[in-house]
Design a protein around this ligand. Structure first.
Ligand code: AP5
Ligand code: MG
Length: 215
């Protein structure tokens, strides 16, 4: 099965995707993680996108769609992808549809996590991320045992994790990304979940949905 995990910044897309990867043997395709990798490597793409990502705007569709085709076309990931942070506008949704058709695949479910801006601000300002494996913790809601992960790797704040950029990312979500839901509603694929429940309760609801799809 292929899944889209959908929601505003800080909704818990990455947290829930990691759970799905472990429990349903899927592959996570997080466009945000891929872009941050490029920024960390200081590749030519990374240098081009640093200021865009750090301002909370969207990177161009051309860049993103190229990253996506590399994965969707890979036979190892066929019908086992979780799209986290993609598609983020209508043109990306249309592109994904074309690609899935080309490689004989489809989306089975779109899981939408609903979270208010107040909760988002707290989640984003409290988030700590492992720069090696991208696992996230939260100093308010999900504190790490110590400040390390991956055998000593320090936890860090993302460069776009401050209140001002979080608000900008939320506005970008409302303007460009939320309309994508109509696209998937027409295909009857959207399941709404209250993203303000605790992490384990959300995992349990997601498991129920995915177990039904697996048959
Ligand atoms: P991206 O990395 O996708 O960021 P985002 O969408 O803003 O989402 P986040 O990663 O901030 O939040 P999340 O929903 O994954 O939450 P998480 O699980 O970490 O994109 C970053 C940037 O890259 C974009 O702004 C854009 O510039 C660019 N970009 C990316 N994709 C693009 C695309 N397709 N097109 C164009 N540009 C693109 O959880 C957040 C925190 O809350 C954590 O600390 C976690 O521990 C905690 N938490 C999670 N769930 C719960 C819970 N239920 N209760 C309590 N705490 C929780
Ligand atoms: Mg994320």
């Amino acid at each position: 099965m292929n899944i889209i995990i959908f929601g505003p910044p800080g909704a818990g897309k990455g947290t829930q995707s990691d759970f799905i990867v472990k429990n349903f043997n899927l592959f996570k395709l997080s466009t945000g993680d891929l872009l941050r990798e490029e920024i960390k490597k200081k590749s030519s793409l990374g240098l081009k996108i640093t200021s865009i990502v750090n301002s909370g705007s969207l990177v161009s569709d051309e860049i993103i769609n190229n990253l996506i085709e590399n994965i969707v076309s890979n036979k190892n990931y066929k019908n086992r992808i979780i799209f986290d942070g993609y598609p983020r506008n209508l043109s990306q949704a249309e592109n994904l549809n074309k690609l899935l058709l080309k490689y004989n695949q489809k989306i089975n479910i779109v899981i939408k996590l609903k979270v208010s801006l107040d909760v988002i601000k707290k989640r984003i300002t409290g988030r700590l991320t492992c720069s090696k494996c991208s696992k996230t913790f939260n100093k308010f809601f999900n504190p790490p045992l110590n400040m390390t992960c991956c055998k000593g790797e320090a936890l860090q704040k993302r460069d776009d994790d401050n209140v001002d950029v979080a608000i900008k990312r939320y506005e970008t979500y409302e303007e460009s990304t939320e309309p994508v839901l109509d696209f998937y509603n027409k295909m009857n694929l959207v399941k709404d979940l209250n993203g303000e429940m605790d992490i384990v309760s959300i995992q349990s609801k997601i498991s129920d949905y995915l177990t039904v799809i697996e048959g």
